[in-house]
Design a protein around this ligand. Structure first.
Ligand SMILES: [Zn+2]
Ligand SMILES: [Zn+2]
Length: 257
């Protein structure tokens, strides 16, 4: 399936920001058979559709694979050490069969869950059980996520082969949401934000207090400390960079979402 399929995205931005995870936007995966597993990294755009091919990009030390699963168009990310083959998956959201297909034969070391919402944890138990990976989540969401054997906090790191990621705690979308940061020693940073930061705003919050917390954490722990060329990989939809979003922070604060 080419990436310009009928699922090609014309999602209103507000929908992504305000409705996750309340409303299904896309048709469920019709994924069985047919779809190629990956497309080449040469033209990585980050645009994937449920049931469609994965996209891959190769950094010096890490290969990043992005694909979408489920009725909520959840992004799943696989980070693979190019030297050792050790691998870390971010959000086994749903469709364990599709995730297994993309994983192929190699081992999986970690499943990191960005937050407790049901659309991000549908295949966590199955993937952890099948692969023997270590399930990782923030301590404040871990009780609501299956198969967590390591609870983490802000600033904790995960070593995977020869690469390392840092975990950034962002309170507001849920109490225990985390972003996963990979600092490429020879390039820009890569930040996997779950539902805490999208192109056009922070994730959905239920109360003004939660919004205040999330916008403060996103500003202080992301925008204040990471460069404009930091690539942002959200839990749903298309990628962006911090540079593309930075100017909008005052507007987000003013509108309160
Ligand atoms: Zn979500
Ligand atoms: Zn969510």
């Amino acid at each position: 399936m080419p990436i310009t399929s009928k699922y090609a995205r014309s999602t209103p931005l507000k929908l992504c920001l305000r409705r996750w995870p309340l409303q299904a936007v896309f048709a469920p995966d019709g994924a069985q058979g047919g779809a190629r597993i990956t497309v080449a990294d040469m033209n990585y755009t980050g645009e994937v559709v449920p049931g469609g091919p994965a996209q891959e990009r190769e950094l010096d030390d890490v290969t990043i694979t992005k694909f979408s699963v489920g009725a909520m168009d959840n992004n799943v990310y696989l980070l693979s050490c190019r030297h050792t083959g050790r691998r870390l998956l971010i959000d086994a959201a749903s469709n364990a069969e599709r995730i297994s297909e993309v994983l192929g034969d190699g081992e999986l070391d970690y499943v990191v869950t960005t937050h407790r919402h049901h659309d991000h944890i549908g295949a966590t138990e199955a993937v952890v059980t099948r692969t023997g990976a270590t399930g990782i989540a923030h301590a404040d969401d871990a009780d609501h996520i299956p198969a967590v054997s390591r609870r983490v906090h802000n600033g904790d790191t995960i070593e995977c082969g020869r690469f390392r990621v840092e975990l950034i705690h962002l309170v507001g979308h849920t109490p225990g949401s985390i972003a996963v940061l990979y600092r490429d020693p020879t390039g820009s940073a890569h930040l996997f934000t779950g539902d805490s930061l999208f192109p056009g705003g922070v994730g959905k919050t239920r109360t003004d207090e939660d919004f205040e917390s999330l916008i403060n954490d996103v500003e202080q722990r992301i925008f204040d400390v990471l460069d404009d060329d930091t690539w942002v990989y959200p839990g749903h939809g298309n990628d962006t960079t911090l540079g593309q979003q930075r100017d909008q922070l005052p507007q987000w604060r003013e509108r309160r979402w």
